[in-house]
Design a protein around this ligand. Structure first.
Ligand code: G3P
Ligand code: CA
Length: 261
């Protein structure tokens, strides 16, 4: 099992910029990813889906409504599902103006663009987003990652999902790519033991963490990186528990706290 770094005495917890530095720039855009790098994030977390013509594209929601101007550009295409649009159509959309006019003109990135942008500067935590709504997503991602071998390595790329069958499928296709289970509750007992055989890390909802979870998860050899942790009192609480990293919309502020700035 490819392993990510787990908690060790003296090792600083790692920061994962959630959808890029999405507290300060439009999520899942080049602007948000560049800001995450500038702010010193250790990793970028982002979401991958599949366009109608089989391109891997970076966007969180199953529809385009919240984070693009798709309703204006394609008024007759309700309900504006990502998977119903070709890459050329997706590229026509503004993915930044909804957040702030300063970011107007940001486009939905492709996975390849994000890999090129991040290369060598920061790790990538890539979420297989909604495989049920994106038929063919796992096969397409596996095929693409086979052409990007430079990314293989648990401290460079971890592929995560809430969807366990999809994650298993990816792991079966690419056993040397590190995978991570995203969940609400922290897995325990037999479930945790099973996961330790094939995932490198678990990403639970920080609100469901219990004091004993960090020892249990890291004792099983897994990293514990909860989502989405945005307030100093939550950062301190999670660090006291012993998490190995945190997914946050504010990586600069979290890094400041971790580094005592
Ligand atoms: O990585 C975990 C976290 O990103 C899951 O939540 O909805 O932001 O993708 P969501
Ligand atoms: Ca995500």
């Amino acid at each position: 099992v490819p392993r990510a770094r787990t908690a060790r005495p003296g090792r600083r917890a790692e920061t994962y910029a959630h959808r890029g530095s999405s507290g300060s720039a439009p999520e899942n855009t080049t602007a948000a990813f560049l800001l995450a790098i500038a702010e010193g994030a250790d990793h970028v977390e982002t979401d991958v889906q599949l366009s109608a013509d089989g391109e891997l594209v970076i966007i969180h929601d199953v529809t385009l409504v919240r984070t693009t101007d798709a309703r204006r550009v394609f008024p007759d295409r309700a309900p504006w599902r990502v998977h119903d649009f070709t890459l050329a159509e997706l590229r026509m959309l503004d993915a930044g103006g909804w957040y702030d006019g300063r970011f107007g003109g940001e486009r939905i990135p492709t996975l390849d663009e994000v890999l090129d942008l991040l290369d060598g500067q920061v790790g990538l935590n890539l979420e297989l987003k909604s495989p049920d709504a994106n038929p063919g997503l796992v096969a397409a991602l596996a095929a693409r990652l086979r052409t990007r071998r430079e990314w293989v390595g648990a401290n460079r790329l971890v592929v995560g999902s809430f969807d366990r069958p999809a994650l298993r499928d990816l792991h079966a296709r690419l056993p040397d790519v590190a995978v991570s289970l995203i969940s609400y509750e922290v897995p325990t007992g037999d479930e945790l033991a099973d996961l330790a055989g094939w995932v490198c890390s678990v990403n639970p909802d920080v609100r469901r963490l219990h004091p004993e979870d960090a020892d249990r998860v890291t004792g099983a050899g897994l990293a514990l990186v909860p989502w989405t942790v945005d307030a100093p009192r939550w950062w301190r609480w999670a660090l006291d528990l012993g998490v190995t990293g945190m997914i946050t919309n504010y990586p600069a502020a979290l890094a400041g706290l971790l580094d005592g700035r």
